[in-house]
Design a protein around this ligand. Structure first.
Ligand SMILES: Nc1nc2c(ncn2[C@@H]2O[C@H](COP(=O)(O)OP(=O)(O)OP(=O)(O)O)[C@@H](O)[C@H]2O)c(=O)[nH]1
Ligand SMILES: [Zn+2]
Length: 396
């Protein structure tokens, strides 16, 4: 198949495969050597598990990421996914315990014996369930008499999905959107047939004139955070950063806010909340992600570079404390002429989270206690930002 044909096919097939897996049904994934029936474990029912196990012509394999097997202590450290044959009489609870944090006790003494690198088809299965917002854990069988696949696709299409999403992204609509902070604001929405969500760009103030003058605009790449952006969660700093970025831009007269649909650093809302539960048991934000089977950060910032290119923006001043954002944007055709810090005083609920970003993720932060998390402190911080002044920066 030519790469152009792959790109064309990838949209409908990969998007449909994600939806099938999320709905609890199975897909068949082919690689050069085999075809596997793939079933997500997240959301699997006990009845369906029994059908799959008993109907399989051959061993039923459990596939987990190296992050998850390392945390379970059942396999050596591995960067790729690992597959293991399940004992023929294994029960549903034990499988759930291996796949889902918080349920490990159900696995009891069950320890799958033989680990091998997952096949290409199985690795593609893990990619699909991750992008469907499910836990990265699947069952794979060579064939099943009892269950059939809703659709079949090549592993290569799955591996091409990120590239396909980038190249097929188009601006679908743009319109005026006066907002509280700036009556002179426009919103544009970008869509890809293969994407999991629409991407949003706010152009604030006199952006067109600023670009015509050759200026590098202030840009914020803001990853979606329902809990912080909408509900004002104190567990993170997202809400203040969102409002603070807009305030910086209105203060300067122009700017671009990309609202990237990367909830939970790319693991989705449900998995972020699962990570919060683990953090309440003592894991930090990085370890919680890995315990769930994800990398510390699953975001792909190339999409932001692509949107900026589609908007005709080549040089920017980036509002961030995250070195990865600067590095990846710069590697993908956007010149970052300056990094502008964007942080606020910590509160008692997000202090450890910010400290972990500083120590483990290399963010340019100084974590200074400010608001203690009481309603009054945080509300007045937000009110100051909304008045239009720049967010208070603590430290350089
Ligand atoms: N998995 C996970 N995601 C989290 C957690 N806390 C916040 N998030 C998500 O992290 C993302 C925060 O992203 P940003 O604020 O854009 O990025 P950043 O990496 O902190 O970098 P800057 O804010 O630009 O300095 C959002 O998608 C949140 O939903 C957490 O404990 N676990
Ligand atoms: Zn947040």
């Amino acid at each position: 198949m030519s790469s152009a044909a792959k790109t064309m096919d990838a949209g409908p097939l990969v998007a449909a495969a994600r939806a099938v897996l999320a709905s609890g049904a199975a897909v068949r994934v082919r690689d050069g050597r085999e075809a596997c029936l793939i079933q997500a474990i997240d959301g699997l029912t006990s009845e369906r598990f029994t059908l799959l196990r008993d109907g399989a012509n051959g061993p039923c394999r459990l596939v987990l990421t190296g992050e998850r097997t390392q945390h379970l202590g059942i396999a050596p450290r591995s960067t790729g996914s690992l597959a293991m044959a399940l004992p023929a009489d294994i029960g549903f609870d034990a499988v759930r315990g291996l796949a889902e944090p918080g349920f490990e006790a159900l696995a009891g003494e069950v320890r799958p014996g033989f680990f091998a690198a997952a096949s290409e088809a199985e690795t593609a299965g893990i990619e699909l369930v991750k992008r469907a917002g499910l836990l990265p854990a699947i069952l794979s069988t060579s064939e099943s008499g009892a269950l059939d696949a809703v659709l079949e696709l090549d592993a290569a299409l799955v591996f091409a999905q990120a590239e396909s999403e980038l190249s097929s992204l188009v601006r679908v609509v743009e319109t005026r959107l006066p907002i509280t902070a700036s009556e002179s604001c426009r919103i544009a929405v970008f869509r890809s047939p293969i994407g999991t969500a629409d991407q949003v760009a706010l152009s604030i103030g006199n952006l067109k004139e600023s670009l015509e003058r050759g200026e590098a605009p202030l840009v914020r790449l803001h990853s979606e955070c329902l809990t912080g952006d909408l509900f004002g969660s104190l567990r993170c700093d997202c809400g203040l950063q969102l409002q603070g970025a807009i305030a910086h831009m209105t203060d300067e007269g122009a700017g671009i806010l990309l609202y990237l649909r990367q909830e939970g650093r790319g693991i989705g809302l449900i998995n972020k909340l699962r990570a919060y539960r683990l953090q309440d048991q003592g894991y930090d934000t990085v370890d919680a992600n890995m315990h769930l089977g994800f990398q510390a950060d699953e975001r792909d910032f190339r999409i932001a570079a692509r949107i900026l290119s589609l908007m005709g923006v080549k040089r920017i001043r980036l509002l961030t404390n995250n070195p990865d954002k600067v590095r990846i944007i710069a590697q993908h055709g956007i010149e970052v002429v300056e990094r502008v810090p964007l942080f606020f005083a910590a509160n008692c609920h997000n202090r450890a989270y910010l400290q972990t970003k500083l120590e483990k993720s290399g963010h340019f932060l100084r974590v200074i206690d400010g608001a203690r998390g009481s309603k009054g402190d945080v509300a007045s911080d937000l009110a100051r930002i909304l008045r239009g002044g720049p967010g208070e920066e603590i430290g350089a």
